[in-house]
Design a protein around this ligand. Structure first.
Ligand code: FMN
Length: 167
């Protein structure tokens, strides 16, 4: 799949088939994530891959308001960054790489908020994360239950400005 095709096909998928995702594919996805740009090239991330059903259930319960569907996923990546100046930008760039590489392989995924969420501390305790790391995102992965097309409300001509801000 070409880059623009993957970008255009990526959607938030919140319903998954009960089918495992091969370990090698998850490794490819994390490999894509660690290739993201980082401020000052410090690479502050840690990627925790969760595949155990009981832990996925607990994660879905802890983050119930935002990501109860984690319970149904085959896997979930908890993306942490060391608490650096640009941790959020660095972690967000890596998150997007995960979403795109998942799409590239036909996998469904969804960015579930981690940063600033009250449940971040409980997630960190569950996963044994030491102090000094920030939860940027939780990314459930699974084979999509149904085809979903991308819907964007703002068109290219609504968002693009040439040379200066014009409306
Ligand atoms: C920073 C960020 C946080 C998000 N948090 C959640 C979330 O907690 N739960 C959720 O279901 N979707 C979450 N999303 C996904 C958005 O709801 C989704 O991207 C948006 O509705 C647009 O739909 P699309 O991803 O299919 O294009 C988040 C997206 C971003 C970028």
């Amino acid at each position: 799949m070409e880059t623009f095709e993957a970008i255009s096909k990526r959607v938030s998928v919140r319903e998954y088939e009960p089918r495992a995702v091969p370990k090698a594919l998850i490794e490819t996805i994390v490999d894509a994530a660690r290739r993201a740009p980082t401020a000052r090239a410090i690479e502050p991330w840690e990627f925790i891959v969760i595949t155990e059903k009981d832990v996925l259930q607990k994660l879905g319960s802890i983050a119930a308001n935002n990501g109860s569907f984690i319970k149904e996923a085959a896997a979930c990546i908890a993306l942490y960054c060391r608490d650096t100046k640009y941790y959020l930008e660095d972690g967000s760039a890596a998150t997007e790489n995960i979403l795109l590489e998942a799409t590239n392989n036909g996998l469904g995924s969804c960015w579930v908020a981690g940063d600033k969420k009250p449940y971040a501390e409980e997630v960190s305790q569950l996963l044994g994360v030491p102090a000094g790391f920030k939860l940027v995102s939780l990314i459930p992965l699974g084979w999509p239950k149904k085809e979903v097309g991308q819907k964007k409300s703002r068109k290219l001509e609504d968002v693009i400005h040439w040379e200066r801000f014009q409306k």
